[in-house]
Design a protein around this ligand. Sequence first.
Ligand code: ADP
Ligand code: MG
Length: 428
Amino acid sequence: VQINQIFLYFEFLKSPKYCYPTYLPNTDENNLVIHLFSFIHVTMNVFLEDPEFTDTILKAEHAIDSGVLPERISQGSSGSYFVKDPKGKIIGVFKPKSEEPYGHLNPKWTKYFHKICCPCCFGRGCLVPNQGYLSEAGAYVVDEKLGLGVVPKTKVVWLVSETFNYSAIDRAKSKGKKYALEKVPSVGKKFHRIGLPPKVGSFQLFVDCYKEADYWLRKFEADPLPENVRKQLQSQFERLVVLDYITRNTDRGNDNWLVRYEKQNDGSKNSSKETEWTTGKESLIKIAAIDNGLAFPFKHPDEWRAYPFHWAWLPQAKVPFSEETRELILPRISDMNFVQDLCEDLYELFKTDKGFDKATFENQMSVMRGQILNLTQALKDGKSPLQLVQMPRVIVERSQSGSQGRIVHLNNSFTQTVNCRKPFFSSW
Ligand SMILES: Nc1ncnc2c1ncn2[C@@H]1O[C@H](COP(=O)(O)OP(=O)(O)O)[C@@H](O)[C@H]1O
Ligand SMILES: [Mg+2]
């Protein structure tokens, strides 16, 4: 068979990297070529710098191909899915862009109508609508860059599954494609997932053995932790604070962070083993900051309905930041080049969205730089997380003059604006 005799019809999706055959006439040549091509797995989820993650997504795709489909998480406000490996084990949480609260295919209809009829009352006016998946992945960028280690790995991927919410039109189109493929013997089945268009969204690795923070915090209140574990929790907590403060997360209730704690056995029998275990480097208690989709606002929240950091009410927030956190964070965030680098990494991520707007992105970075400036000062001054969230809000803009507040020129290219106006309700 000569390749130029074969006609393959490809439909190109949003990215030219992803394509799939939509129609193939049923001829012997085509069948042979399809047989040869069937060894090639077409995917756009390739992360050259992270083969392990690439492999995880490949597993998810294979699972979907073999009928182990993602399952909607019922409690969420938008379309979030547990994604499984071919054996049915949950390996990730996928949140498609199109099923976010502002997405056009959000499965929660009451919210959808609420949005149509009364958009001003819906959602958060300080956030870029329908970019929650970027916020999820952006939080991981911040986490990784600062070495916090609290956000489970999160990246932008493309997935397709019959269990996702699709429009009637997409489903009808897919039927047509399936029909065309079924005409080609033995291949239609292999490609059964390709009828529907893939969805872009955030994919976060699933973390095992964690429970919602609320559950553990109550337990620890009744049954206080041993001192070494309490210290570890405090250190993890401070990392969560750093993440949330820098990204200005507007949705950190105590249900949106998880804690894993393996309680030590009481009793003297294994006490020697225990001591070894507890004094070892490995952490007995770990925090996972999940659900980071409502962060990176383009202005500080200033509505009557402010968005508090719920952790600010915890007793842990009254303790000044530890030396450990200071040593980890301060050298990085007090370096302008580091901050610029972070902004550039986020730019590379955010610019991939089809609704990307440079000016809005600059505003998001101005808020983030302001948060970083406050955090730097708080760490230098030995403040606590509670004192941090009470600091006046700052934005640090690139090269333009601010409109209100005290203006200080940091250097030629940045302008700092301190907003002393207190929000109606406390902003934390
Ligand atoms: N990475 C994860 N690892 C383990 N469990 C998770 C993870 N992400 C979410 N979950 C579980 O799924 C629930 C809903 O996820 P969440 O990210 O909060 O979605 P939503 O945006 O719908 O609130 C969480 O309360 C948690 O129990
Ligand atoms: Mg949640």
